[in-house]
Design a protein around this ligand. Structure first.
Ligand code: SF4
Ligand code: SF4
Length: 362
């Protein structure tokens, strides 16, 4: 059976439901399986549980606390732009130009997807307030193509997971990909085509299936996109548009066979949120993942963890020659992992010293 994505089901949307409200009652009547666990997490704020001094929190949470407001101004600006009445015609090869422009704006890799109804969320979950109350509204599905891209996160931040540096980096790069998307959407609009962009506060579609279809990577046991060069340490962005572009194809660099021998993300996850079982969702293999237990850990620790991102050998970098040598070969993969564990002196890299950005306060 085909799965229709509904943003109201994602953890960030569920966690925002106000206990006793009409939405709360309606949602949990239809989905009682989430209720007990969600209620335990509801209302907990990140900063309260971060094991740092008040001065640390006062100094360093503001580094990213204006992200939502910045993102809102980007949407407002895009809305204010007038679109030419007659679109400029582009050849099929214009996808090369679009990818180049996205990279000019800061994207590292870019893929094109021809959108089908099943790519979209059916209904918004209103994951953030700044754009108004979208909860329960049907998603506008008139865009025909998605330009999906990513920006890598700094390895020296990710290797400090689950400490504050990881949260700082993910939040910074969330804003960066929104900015890249907003510029690209504004550019596409100036050519005469409709365009909007995804961000932490708005998206018409889940980005992992799009990134898979656009050839940016494969879906690993973490349930994230794993890119061949940057592994799991990437933040995805996307522009949704009516500009016709030639679509890309999914890639296969042997991750399925590798994940089956590796499981490092699963073994290192502090809350057993990652599972070794797969399910097929609209033609893509997703591992089962317990978003509730993962989010509970985030809330308990006051950061968004990231240990699974850090644990992935692709995040740490595997050279292409080695990847080709072991591709789909269980014995060679085992040999690689044995050497990798020896080299990294254990199951994961974990740096305890603070980065300059947060030095001086505990
Ligand atoms: S973020 Fe942390 S808790 Fe969540 S799945 Fe990854 S390792 Fe597990
Ligand atoms: S850590 Fe290992 S099992 Fe997990 S996604 Fe990366 S390669 Fe796959």
């Amino acid at each position: 059976m085909k799965k229709i994505y509904d943003e109201r089901h994602i953890m960030f949307s569920r966690a925002r439901l106000v206990k006793g409200s009409e939405r709360y009652v309606t949602f949990y009547k239809a989905h009682p399986e989430y209720k007990k666990g969600d209620d335990e997490i509801r209302g907990m704020a990140f900063p309260e549980n971060l094991r740092k001094s008040d001065m640390f929190k006062r100094k360093f949470f503001p580094v990213f606390s204006n992200n939502d407001a910045y993102m809102k101004t980007m949407y407002d600006f895009l809305d204010s732009l007038k679109k030419p009445e007659t679109p400029i015609e582009v050849p099929e090869t214009f996808n090369t130009n679009i990818k180049g422009i996205a990279k000019q704006y800061g994207a590292k890799e870019v893929g094109i997807v021809k959108l089908e109804t099943l790519h979209y969320y059916d209904t918004h979950g209103g994951v953030s307030e700044p754009l108004g109350d979208l909860y329960g509204k049907k998603v506008d599905k008139h865009y025909t193509h998605a330009i999906v891209f990513f920006k890598p996160m700094r390895l020296d931040s990710i290797n400090r997971s689950p400490h504050f540096e990881e949260l700082l980096e993910t939040e910074s790069v969330y804003l960066d990909v929104a900015f890249i998307g907003s510029r690209l959407a504004a550019y596409v609009k100036s050519l005469g085509y409709d365009a909007t962009f995804a961000s932490e506060i708005f998206s018409p579609a889940p980005l992992v299936p799009l990134a898979f279809d656009g050839g940016l990577g494969q879906i690993g046991m973490t349930n994230h996109i794993v890119n061949q060069t940057y592994g799991d340490r990437i933040r995805l962005g996307a522009v949704f548009t009516t500009l016709p572009l030639k679509p890309d194809q999914p890639v296969d660099f042997g991750l399925d066979a590798f994940c089956k021998r590796c499981s490092l993300c699963l073994m290192n996850c502090p809350n057993q949120s990652i599972k070794p079982y797969k399910r097929n969702v609209n033609g893509r293999e997703f591992y089962k993942f317990d978003d509730q237990s993962c989010f509970r850990l985030w809330k308990n620790m006051g950061t968004d963890c990231g240990v699974c991102i850090q644990s992935c050998p692709y995040t740490q970098g595997i050279d292409l020659e080695t990847q080709n040598w072991m591709k789909n070969d269980p014995e060679r993969i085992d040999a690689f992992i044995k050497d990798y564990l020896k080299d990294k002196k254990g199951r994961r890299v974990s740096i305890k010293t603070p980065l300059d950005s947060v030095k001086g306060e505990d």
